[in-house]
Write a protein that binds this ligand. Structure first.
Ligand SMILES: Cc1ncc(C[n+]2csc(CCOP(=O)(O)OP(=O)(O)O)c2C)c(N)n1
Length: 901
């Protein structure tokens, strides 16, 4: 270490002056000589020893959580830059230009399209160093999560790489028009659903990218430890915003990443100090705050604050005036410095102290203006990434200081409004051209011409050579994976299909099927059971011992229940992902497994089972992102329904997850009542996803209510999958009346519906058909298609939906479920008969199942009354009959409705 470097390190303590300066100085000197004589290792030893002493209770010393506002990697420790800086800077400038041109063009043409310039302007160099030196492509490549608002820059690079054409760029944010014109069209943000060959991970919703990246890194370890795939050389990179770090999801798994020693994970936080409205921490320093947070969570933190041209200033700054000034400057002020010119910076930053003034003396205003922040300096960025790659045993975060809207000059750099700046005037465009020395005429700049150098130009040869060395282009998404054979139902679900009246809950049936599937020769190893601290609730404790709980470091303790057959077993090759009380984490794990077919070419079949209330309602946006990512797997909403989960009450009883699931285009949602129905859905789903490779996933509810399970009726499988099949017809014995109703139910309420049909036939002389509605959303989806087809083909043979086919004729339909009425009402407009929906609208509460069903008016008596009422409205029964039913069944007519009570 050089003398000046030692001085620099030691002087970081310089601001701490005290009443005994001589003594302090002696301490500092002795540390300096120790450093010089014995090196940093010895200094660390001595400091550890002193720290241990000073932490004694009667001294009570605690280390300050942060380090000064300077680069973690000193100039003296930087590796040589392995590339051609000039070429890389020129390429970066071209990407900046094309990205900007893409956004401004789109908004000149259609002001409503939106788009962002300033985010990528700040992140361009962070990306470029990654693309030129670190992000590896191919089967053994890295996984990269891109800051969403920087998407234009990623497209601009793909354009230079020859993967996108001018026409594609010209259709940024115009996917529909583009397709009509036979060009690609570029999605606003990374969306695998919209660009399935390109984007791998959706990051448009802040916080989803960060948490997903952690669980992806963890899932790579899981694949490795289970012997399924060698992922040891691969890394997960995430480039995120400093504002984005405010999201709870961004933060929630930091300790997991450190605990599991995920040194395959590198985050780069683009600290441009601004978010959408203004500064991220105007009155503080976000980099320092994040440093303390990440370091506390166990990450390696690399601060990348200042660029190379500050090195000389630091070297000359013997009084540490810079460090002191930074310690006093808050981000709101740093932002103002970014927005203002060199002269302002000279006056207001360097002018605050004679020592600083002296430092700036040799610099012109122009040079001061061009002093780079760390995140805009390729050499410094490379040094930080290089150090991150060398880090063993923990994840790394690079906190890179940048300027938002870098290079946008007056039009945007550091401006409060820069996030949404989408239009630039002619002068601004020409100034940008000059700022980045772009090979464009005034007219080309003003008309926003895209620019791609000739194929054999040095820049293009360089760009291609770099990517070739790193395995090819990224982002790139693989769409196909090897199919995996699914065993016949009879092998794992015969007990459910031929249940013969045996009592069990559908949850128990699922666990039994899962246990059997785990033993299947082909599929078994690919099954990933996932829980968020509820395995025992769902009767899955037997799996702990059978397949083990994944733990990167095995089991370092003797479990209390070691002798038991259900013993708690953690193992490096454990198969269950036990995520603790983090639904966000569990669903992120699920997504990692559910996209493994694409991300790793390894199809996996995840089953995440959870309290249904804590699914779509709690982590709906993560599920939406999983859908965008074309996930394949099963989400199992257990303890589902609002009257089935008796005593748990308001925050546990779920009445709406199915409605939310219905709104996810590639989610197939089912609410089966019987174990045999569940088995058919499971079989169908597995074949669709694992064999036929369709990009769908399943949400299926499971109940904890035990009841007699009938055998599956013969031949109903097809209709059951469509969402509706006839289960039974109850006819009155001596039927005089021709009155007929169709009763429909799903989940456990089907049993009340069956009982209501018996009442109607037995007590009221009404013929009642019972229909098991396994999926209102599938019925509605198909009916919607049919309706649309008929509308668009007025002369064609009209099609008939499954709902219509099942429910032809005018007999009233009564649908009752354990969910809000909106769930059965999904099909209301496709039914050609009077339609009554009963449901559990309102807040849940604790009571017995019977009391709850009475309260929500979904019990057999209310179903029967609803049927009689529908017949009354058709003039088939008298009002007296309904009144009699109310009185016979003791139904309260004054109680407030469940949705107001
Ligand atoms: C969950 C969510 N909330 C809000 C937004 C809207 N939004 C988009 S970008 C942005 C600010 C991003 O700031 P930062 O993370 O600092 O990134 P920068 O663009 O400054 O680099 C906001 C609030 C979003 N995309 N996702």
């Amino acid at each position: 270490m050089s003398d000046s470097s030692i001085q620099q390190q030691l002087a970081l303590a310089a601001p701490f002056t005290d009443g005994e300066p001589m003594e302090t100085s002696e301490w500092r000197d002795s540390l300096a000589s120790l450093l010089q004589a014995s090196g940093p290792g010895r200094v660390r030893e001595i400091m550890d020893m002193l720290a241990a002493t000073a932490r004694a209770p009667d001294i009570g010393w605690q280390p300050a959580p942060g380090t000064p506002y300077v680069n973690t990697i000193p100039a003296s420790h930087q590796p040589a830059f392995p590339g051609d800086i000039g070429t890389e800077e020129r390429l970066a400038s071209l990407m900046r230009w094309n990205a900007l041109a893409m956004v401004v063009r789109a908004n000149q043409a259609y002001g409503e399209l939106g788009g962002h310039i300033a985010s990528y302007a700040s992140a361009a160099d962070l990306f470029e160093v990654g693309f030129n030196h670190f992000f590896r492509a191919g089967e053994q490549g890295d996984l990269v999560f891109y800051q969403p608002h920087s998407a234009p820059g990623v497209y601009a690079r793909a354009f230079l790489e020859g993967r996108l054409e001018e026409d594609d760029l010209a259709h940024y944010r115009q996917e529909i028009t583009a397709r009509q014109r036979g060009v690609k069209g570029l999605s606003s943000y990374p969306h695998p659903w919209l660009m399935p060959d390109f984007w791998q991970f959706p990051t448009g919703s802040m916080g989803i990218g960060p948490i997903s990246s952690i669980y992806q890194a963890r899932f790579m370890r899981y694949l490795q430890h289970r012997g399924l795939l060698d992922t040891s050389k691969r890394r997960v990179w995430g480039v995120f915003g400093d504002g984005e770090m405010d999201e709870p999801e961004s933060m929630s798994a930091l300790t997991l990443a450190a605990r599991e020693k995920l040194d395959n994970l590198i985050w780069v936080v683009n600290c441009n100090l601004q978010r959408l409205d203004g500064p991220v921490r105007g009155n503080g320093r976000i980099i320092d705050e994040l440093e303390a947070l990440f370091a506390g969570a166990g990450w390696r933190v690399i601060k990348l604050v200042w660029g190379s041209d500050w090195d000389g200033l630091f070297a000359r700054d013997t009084e540490q005036a810079l460090t002191r000034a930074f310690a006093k400057t808050v981000d709101g002020q740093f932002q103002t410095f970014a927005a203002k010119d060199g002269r302002y910076n000279r006056e207001h930053f360097f002018g605050q102290d004679p020592a600083l003034e002296a430092l700036a003396q040799g610099l012109t205003d122009e040079q001061i203006d061009r002093l780079k922040r760390g995140g805009h300096d390729l050499v410094k960025i490379h040094a930080a990434y290089h150090a991150a790659m060398e880090t063993a045993g923990r994840p790394t975060v690079v906190l890179a200081q940048t300027k938002k809207g870098y290079g946008m000059g007056e039009a945007g750099q550091g401006r409060m409004t820069t996030h949404q700046q989408k239009k630039l005037e002619r002068d601004d465009l020409i100034a940008f051209r000059d700022r980045f020395d772009l090979p464009l005429t005034d007219e080309q700049a003003a008309s926003l011409a895209f620019y791609r150098p000739a194929h054999d130009s040095p820049e293009m040869r360089y760009l291609h050579a770099r990517r070739a060395a790193l395995g090819g282009f990224i982002p790139a998404r693989r769409t196909a994976a090897p199919p995996v054979p699914v065993p016949p139902l009879s092998r794992y679900a015969e007990f459910a299909v031929q249940a013969g009246g045996k009592e069990m809950s559908t949850t128990m049936a699922f666990v039994r099927m899962l246990t059997a599937l785990l033993k299947d020769q082909h599929l078994g190893a690919r099954v990933v059971p996932i829980v968020a601290d509820e395995a025992r609730t769902f009767g899955m404790a037997n799996l702990f011992k059978q397949v083990g709980i994944y733990s990167f470091n095995g089991q370092a303790y003797e479990p209390e229940d070691i002798g038991s057959v259900l013993s708690y077993r953690e193992a490096t090759d454990g198969q269950i992902l036990e995520e603790g009380i983090s639904e966000a984490g569990a669903v992120s794990s699920w997504t990692s497994a559910a996209t493994s077919y694409s991300v790793h070419g390894q199809p996996m079949l995840p089953f995440y089972i959870y309290y249904s209330m804590f699914g779509f309602q709690r982590v709906g946006d993560l599920i939406w992102a999983a859908a965008d990512q074309r996930s394949r797997g099963f989400l199992l909403g257990a303890t589902a329904g609002r009257t089935t989960l008796g005593g748990e009450g308001l925050q546990h009883q779920d009445g709406s997850s199915l409605v939310q699931a219905a709104a996810v285009p590639n989610c197939r949602a089912y609410d089966p009542c019987f174990a045999g129905e569940f088995a058919v859905i499971l079989d169908h789903g597995m074949r669709q996803m694992m064999e036929r490779q369709e990009d769908v996933f399943y949400y299926v509810t499971l109940m904890n209510e035990n009841y007699a399970q009938p055998s599956l009726l013969a031949g109903v499988e097809g209709d059951l999958i469509k969402g509706l099949y006839r289960y039974a017809t109850h006819k009155p014995e001596n039927a005089e009346s021709k009155a007929k109703v169709r009763l429909m139910g799903s989940g456990t309420i089907l049993r009340e519906v069956i009982a209501a049909a018996e009442l109607l036939a037995g007590e009221w002389g009404v013929t009642a058909e019972v229909w098991s509605a396994t999926s209102f959303s599938e019925l509605a989806r198909e009916a919607r298609d049919v309706e649309r087809f008929n509308r668009l083909h007025p002369r064609g043979e009209p099609r008939v939906s499954h709902v219509r086919l099942c429910l032809d004729g005018g007999a009233p339909v009564i649908a009752a479920t354990d969910y809000v009425r909106a769930w059965p009402q999904l099909i209301a407009s496709y039914v050609d008969a009077p339609f009554t929906a009963l449901g559990t609208d309102g807040f849940g509460r604790s009571d017995t199942r019977a009391a709850l069903r009475r309260f929500f008016e979904v019990d057999r008596h209310h179903v029967a009354l609803a049927a009689l009422t529908a017949l009354r409205e058709q003039g088939q029964v008298d009002a007296d009959v309904c009144a009699q039913a109310i009185s016979r069944y003791g139904l309260s007519v004054d109680a407030p409705a469940s949705w107001v009570a």
